[in-house]
Design a protein around this ligand. Structure first.
Ligand SMILES: Nc1ncnc2c1ncn2[C@@H]1O[C@H](COP(=O)(O)OP(=O)(O)OP(=O)(O)O)[C@@H](O)[C@H]1O
Ligand SMILES: [Mg+2]
Length: 401
């Protein structure tokens, strides 16, 4: 008899996708966002009749349902427009995964183009940014009545000002002649608009939508509505309430709630428990916290990980605000780590660039002070998150290929 490798494996999940972050649920599982969905619908409504929707900015802390709500409402918008015989196209760009303005324009153009209808080809490379924009306008004009571009995590894009400026003013600037375009920018940085230039802000900030944190009760409801991700009867009594309470401790964060819920199930599977027990929740919470940091760091080149790991190791050792980590110390530990891993270290100057990037992503903050007469200046680094957790996250990252 051949070995049945899968026979001995069992899972507490019935449909694990339902507790993944990107899963777009139906309306009856979206809890406590009626006002936000209605106000988004108001802004986007003209598109159902083939007209230009308002540009929108959506803010709110992490895990307040921004991505879910925008994806859901734009999907509904598209369906509604179709009933009225108008074609609406949606392009979604996760800006934390997009490296440049050109890259973002290519992704947008490819999602909105139907080459069979437009006859426009959007190659992966080989054109200038301006030429890609030109192709994008041609594709939109020929394919759709209305294009909607969702720029999620917009503050994480290096060219957000240029991108937002060009896209939000495409109509006024007569880039599009035969169709219209609405932009939805999403950010979890409330102060993000401080960084935008006036003109971008005025064309983009037509409508602002602020998503407040959830209450513990709402979080519990959100989880209750996803219980069928699990098999019947595997959840121990009171699990959803415990997870909701933990996720509301800092502020009501549904992302954290969903992560803890999923991890609790994974821990049950790892320990071959048929039940998701209350005692798994603390460990699941730790993993969810670590994930938050990991998600940001994992988008960076491996050398950045080593630099951040060096800062974290020094900070964890010290554990006092009195004696902050200097760039010089971080650089010398980084070089030692490189030699241990048998890779050649980058120059101090390049490492400074990496630190600048890490500061942009709000992993660290830097302070420069005069170090005393004739000593020049001294730059110190502070981690935004807990050093131990940052360290743990860094250790999970593998070197680049
Ligand atoms: N009102 C809600 N009802 C049901 N599920 C929700 C609700 N709000 C959020 N969720 C779920 O919580 C998780 C996080 O939500 P979402 O990704 O939309 O948050 P976000 O505001 O975009 O956060 P971030 O700023 O971190 O990207 C997702 O799995 C989502 O499906
Ligand atoms: Mg989001």
């Amino acid at each position: 008899m051949p070995t049945d490798f899968f026979g001995g494996i069992s899972s507490v999940f019935k449909n694990k996708d339902m507790v993944q972050i990107d899963y777009v649920v139906d309306e009856d599982r979206i809890i406590g966002r009626d006002d936000e969905l209605e106000s988004l619908a108001q802004s986007l409504y003209p598109a159902t009749n083939g007209s230009k929707p308002s540009n929108c900015l959506v803010y709110g802390k992490p895990g307040t349902g921004k991505s879910l709500s925008v994806k859901f409402i734009t999907q509904r918008l598209k369906e509604k427009a179709k009933v009225n015989d108008y074609s609406v196209g949606i392009a979604y760009v996760d800006c934390s995964q997009s490296s440049s303005e050109t890259d973002a324009v290519i992704r947008i153009a490819q999602q909105l183009n139907d080459p069979d209808v437009s006859g426009v080809r959007i190659p992966d490379t080989g054109l200038s940014t301006g030429q890609f924009y030109q192709r994008a306008w041609e594709a939109m004009d020929a394919t759709l009545d209305v294009s909607i571009v969702i720029l999620d995590e917009i503050d994480k894009h290096h060219s957000y000002d240029d991108l937002l400026m060009t896209l939000s003013r495409a109509g006024e600037a007569n880039k599009l002649t035969n169709s219209s375009l609405g932009v939805i920018g999403i950010s979890n940085k409330p102060r993000f608009t401080d960084k935008l230039n006036e003109r971008t802000l005025s064309s983009l900030g037509e409508r602002r939508h602020v998503f407040p944190p959830y209450t513990a009760t709402q979080l519990k409801e959100i989880l209750e509505a996803r219980k069928d991700a699990f098999k019947e009867g595997v959840l121990e009594e009171g699990i959803t309430a415990r997870v909701a309470a933990l996720s509301a401790r800092e502020y009501g964060d549904a992302r954290k709630a969903m992560d803890i819920f999923r991890y609790a199930g994974e821990i049950a599977n790892e320990t071959q428990s048929e039940v998701v027990k209350d005692e798994f929740i603390d460990e699941a919470f730790e993993r969810a916290e670590r994930d938050e940091i990991l998600e940001i760091i994992s988008t960076l080149p491996y050398h950045s990980t080593l630099v951040i790991q060096s800062v974290a190791a020094l900070a964890a050792d010290r554990n006092t605000e009195q004696e902050p980590v200097t760039t010089t110390e971080a650089y010398s530990l980084y070089k030692r780590k490189c030699s241990l891993e048998e890779i050649s270290p980058l120059s101090e100057r390049r490492v400074r660039d990496l630190l600048e990037e890490a500061e942009f992503l709000e992993i660290i903050t830097r302070t420069t002070k005069a170090a005393g007469k004739a000593k020049g200046s001294r730059t110190t680094i502070t981690l935004v998150d807990d050093p131990e957790k940052t360290l743990e996250a860094c250790k999970l990252i593998e070197p680049d290929e």
